[in-house]
Design a binder for this molecule. Sequence first.
Ligand SMILES: [Zn+2]
Length: 207
Amino acid sequence: MPVIQVKFRRFTSLNTRIRLRDGQILASLSDLLEGAPESVIRAIAHILLAKLYKKPVDAAHNLRYKRFCSSAAVTRQAELIRTARGSKRFFGPEGRYFNLEEVFDSLNTRFFSGLMGRPELTWSEHHAKRSLGHYDAAHNTIVVSRVFDRPSSPRYALEYLLYHEMLHLKHPVKMRGLRRCVHSAEFKTEEARFPHLADALAFIRRL
Ligand SMILES: [Zn+2]
């Protein structure tokens, strides 16, 4: 059986999704479902696995899930969250083409032995070209410009950008006399380990 990872995410609706990647099953559920009764969670697990392996969905499970989602309490809560999150303009890690948390996790495994704690990750509001990415220490958030969330944007460019910001987390700003040393020698050595560095920099220059 593959390793199964389940995450509850701040979706703005009752989203669920599942996929098989590198021998792992990744399931994401709206955090609205976090407090659902066990029978509903079982139904969701059944439906998602059936979807993944293209097997028929058991009618009883389907009904249980549909009933739960359409129940008055859940619809009202979904409505409230949609309003609250919408008005706070929370953009979140879920893009149209890339999910920042997924990219972060894969970089974390490949370059940091999975040891880096994940900060908040969010796409920027606009397709900003002046600020492609930054780490906001006050809010422990990495913001990535939406220009990377396009089919024409290669994954390695987004990975490089996020990797760079992750190195800022690992190597906090040092003072060398009165100068702030943002990209220290150790920072640069580690950055040079990124396999598609030249291609990524070339793509960013073109932007
Ligand atoms: Zn930097």
